[in-house]
Design a protein around this ligand. Structure first.
Ligand code: ADP
Length: 260
């Protein structure tokens, strides 16, 4: 780094030399990999007990188990919300650790895009119902097959819809679209929620970024993982939003000719 003497009185700046700082960062890098692997293991291990908690809740909710009092129902709903949140955070941590260690494994194959929509709608319908939000679809017909990793693509769409629900008011509408635009298939989710200030639009896809004042239940990871998943498949991801009006999150997947 060039070093300049800070002028005292009338003296002008004088360049006296340079200092080069060399640091061996191997240990830090190793620690970083160890930390990321640790996160991957822990989040993977957490998935099973969370699934058991959710299964227990389903059983408790079953008519055969007996009637629950209003108070018990409220408590159950709270536990259910928390376990869903835990599952979301765990899946985000697992995905981010895979991305960081360069371990994103894509299982791409020629797929009909419709099951991606069906999966994401099924995964989010309960959350939407809890806020009386209507999920509407606008889907082009006769869409071609695309070369995608269905699971990861569905994860991204689910993440878009979950965010749309979280940042939308009750009784509003969310539109899920799948359209062909020239040589691309465009999946998009439009909400009528709080919208995003234009100065933050480019940053929402950054790792751990959360708009100041957003819901504290988030991690700031979902959209950055989504960007990795989509760009790794040769696609692009973007947002269009107006503060106070709503947001549309989209991703476009190239349509190649089968066998090309
Ligand atoms: P988080 O876990 O915080 O939701 P994300 O990566 O999914 O992390 O999103 C990053 C930030 O982008 C959020 O903290 C939120 O401020 C903003 N955001 C994401 N989706 C929406 C949306 N549909 N409407 C308004 N803001 C959104």
């Amino acid at each position: 780094y060039p070093i300049d003497i800070v002028p005292t009185g009338e003296e002008s700046l004088q360049h006296v030399g340079e200092v080069i700082i060399l640091k061996n960062i191997t240990t830090f890098k190793e620690l970083d990999v160890a930390k990321t692997n640790f996160i991957a293991t822990v989040s993977h291990e957490l998935k099973t007990p969370i699934a058991s908690i959710q299964m227990g809740l389903e059983l408790l909710n079953h008519p055969k188990t007996g009637e629950l009092s209003e108070n018990q129902k409220k408590l159950m709903d709270g536990i259910k919300d928390d376990s869903e949140r835990l599952l979301r955070i765990t899946s985000e941590l697992l995905n981010v650790s895979q991305v960081e260690t360069g371990n994103i494994k894509l299982f791409a194959q020629w797929s009909n895009p419709m099951p991606v929509i069906t999966y994401a709608l099924q995964a989010t319908q309960l959350q939407a119902k809890q806020k009386d939000i209507e999920l509407v679809t606008e889907l082009d017909e006769d869409l071609p097959k695309v070369f995608i990793d269905e699971e990861k693509t569905a994860w991204v769409l689910t993440n878009f819809i979950t965010n749309a629900i979280r940042y939308s008011p009750e009784h509003s509408q969310i539109i899920v679209r799948l359209k062909r635009n020239l040589d691309k298939l465009v999946f998009s989710v439009q909400d009528h929620g709080k919208g995003i200030d234009s100065s933050y639009k480019n940053r929402v896809f950054d790792r751990y970024f959360q708009i100041p004042g957003s819901l504290r239940t988030g991690t700031g990871l979902g959209l950055s993982i989504s960007k990795d998943f989509i760009e790794n498949q040769g696609g692009s991801i973007y947002v269009d939003s107006t503060l106070g009006v709503g947001s549309t999150f989209s991703f476009a997947i190239p349509i190649h000719k089968v066998g090309a």
